[in-house]
Design a protein around this ligand. Structure first.
Ligand SMILES: Cc1cc2nc3c(=O)[nH]c(=O)nc-3n(C[C@H](O)[C@H](O)[C@H](O)COP(=O)(O)OP(=O)(O)OC[C@H]3O[C@@H](n4cnc5c(N)ncnc54)[C@H](O)[C@@H]3O)c2cc1C
Length: 471
């Protein structure tokens, strides 16, 4: 067992900044990251063999800065890559398992304070054909391309939010042909978000937006606004995509479908916080109607409702990497301060809070642009798989609901939905919305915004991990 004062879970921008700040103030720190490299979803090193674009150059410099800060305090920070946290015992002992055959570094980390910085994951919206080979989540396809793999020839990119132009840019650079970019957002919705977007915009973000859209225009990418992918067809894998127009409420308009040939389709509706560990610790959450997900309640120093448990970055609410790193700095500083390190430094933390406020404005506006309308649920057919781990289809959920399933927990017991490898992380939220919107359950019958109960292990691990405390 490793014993430190502050443990940080997740080596993205939030976790790296948190670890560096806690160590800078004098605390001993362990930083646990399941990947082999640090940097998180967007800043971790990837190599597709192409020279860096100006934006990737900026991101690389940001990642290098965060790494330099970590290494500056190397004597106080233990880096534990390729290990995932699957349980937190008694609020102070993290249970670890090695990932992908990595040698065991340690199986437990005991700490006095810990910071959860586990980031966000992609939000799913099932539709007919979404489980066919050749259909990817946006971030998943982005990762493939960044590692030099182009898994198709003609691509359709669909969904909502800022990740669409990011992926289009990556694909164009790698030589992919984009048959269509289909976004649910209408011009009217864009206009509604203009002021919050401009209020949080800095020169780089403005440049980033212009650069991405400029690239799409130069490459003549056909853009469909106020539209969605209604189905993907193909024998063995994706061969064609149908695109349907949406009305001003986001509901599909029957009879407006267009067919597009494509052998690879990337679909995404923004990100939602990974809350398994915060829920396991009993941190209080609220449902954010505008963003369409649960987020963890925190004070201005990123401490959750549970004393000594801090939550920083996208794992609490999705705001982008600049805000994540600032939140990490605040959390790391506050955790160290609680342990008696470093004096109150009001002017320093006030400056960070000010920058965070601005980054939050932009991040939240982009995040809210990504939230899908409930009308998209009407694209799901009875045969559509909802829980892909256990292959539960809409018709199975409908039958269970008709037979009297009271809530999502009851549905889970009756259909096995949410019992597979992902433990309901991906399907959990959509199932509750389905119950409401498609299966006609009423508020008095069951809670509107329910979630599956967190269960350990929160990440898949081996029996040896569950039993063994060899190190
Ligand atoms: C394709 C894509 C493009 C993006 N482009 C931009 C952009 O242009 N600008 C922008 O601001 N943001 C962008 N983002 C969002 C950005 O990636 C996040 O806002 C940012 O990375 C959040 O930082 P974080 O530290 O909170 O979380 P993450 O970067 O997600 O890091 C969390 C880390 O925790 C690790 N982890 C999770 N659970 C465990 C566990 N149980 N045990 C151990 N480790 C764990 C993960 O492996 C991960 O490395 C993009 C995201 C994607 C997916």
């Amino acid at each position: 067992m490793k014993t430190v004062e502050v443990a940080v879970i997740g080596g993205g921008p939030a976790g790296m900044a948190a670890a560096a700040e806690a160590a800078r103030r004098g605390a001993s720190v362990a930083l646990v990251e399941e990947s082999a490299t640090f940097g998180g979803k967007v800043l971790k090193t990837a190599d597709c063999g192409l020279p860096l674009s100006p934006i990737e150059g900026y991101e690389k410099r940001t990642a290098d800065r965060l790494l330099t800060d970590l290494h500056r305090h190397a004597d106080r920070i233990t880096l534990i890559p390729r290990h995932q946290v699957w349980h937190i015992q008694d609020g102070r002992v993290l249970e670890l398992s090695p990932v992908g055959g990595a040698p065991v570094e340690t199986r437990q980390v005991r700490c006095r304070r810990f910071i959860i910085a586990t980031g966000a994951m992609e939000r799913i919206r099932p539709f007919p054909g979404w489980t066919l080979p050749g259909v990817f989540p946006l971030g998943g396809l982005n990762s493939f391309v960044k590692h030099g793999i182009l898994p198709g020839k003609r691509f359709v990119i669909a969904g909502s939010g800022p990740l669409l132009p990011v992926l289009a840019h990556t694909l164009i650079r790698a030589g992919g042909r984009i048959a269509a970019l289909v976004q649910t957002t209408t011009h009217r919705e864009m206009l509604r978000h203009v002021f919050p977007l401009m209020a949080g915009m800095d020169a780089f973000k403005l440049f980033q937006g212009i650069y991405y859209f400029g690239r799409m225009i130069r490459n003549r990418v056909p853009i469909y606004n106020g539209a969605a992918v209604s189905r993907v067809d193909g024998e063995e894998r994706a061969e064609s995509v149908r695109v349907i127009r949406l009305d001003r409420n986001g509901d599909p308009i029957p009879g407006t479908e267009t067919e597009i040939d494509a052998d690879a389709v990337a679909v995404g509706f923004g990100l939602i916080p990974c809350t398994d560990l915060t829920r396991l610790c009993g941190c209080r959450e609220i449902y954010d109607e505008l963003s369409g997900y649960w987020r963890t309640l925190r004070n201005s120093r990123m401490e959750s409702s549970v004393d000594g448990v801090f939550v920083a970055g996208d794992g609490a609410a999705v705001k982008g990497y600049s805000a994540a790193a600032l939140e990490g700095t605040l959390a790391g500083g506050a955790a160290a301060l609680q342990l008696g390190y470093g004096g109150e430094d009001d002017s320093e933390s006030a400056a960070v809070q000010k920058r965070l406020k601005k980054a939050t404005r932009l991040g939240r506006a982009l995040d809210q642009l990504s939230a899908p309308s409930s009308g998209l649920l009407h694209l799901i057919s009875d045969e559509t798989v909802i829980c892909r781990c256990e292959e539960v289809r809409l018709k199975d959920l409908r039958q269970a609901a008709d037979a009297g399933a009271r809530d999502i927990h009851d549905l889970k017991r009756r259909t096995r939905t949410g019992m597979g490898q992902c433990q309901g992380r991906f399907c959990g939220q959509v199932i509750n919305e389905l119950l409401w919107n498609l299966l006609n359950r009423q508020a008095e019958d069951f809670p509107l915004r329910d979630v599956f109960t967190p269960r350990i292990p929160v990440k898949p691990c081996t029996l040896q991990d569950l039993l063994g405390n060899s190190k």
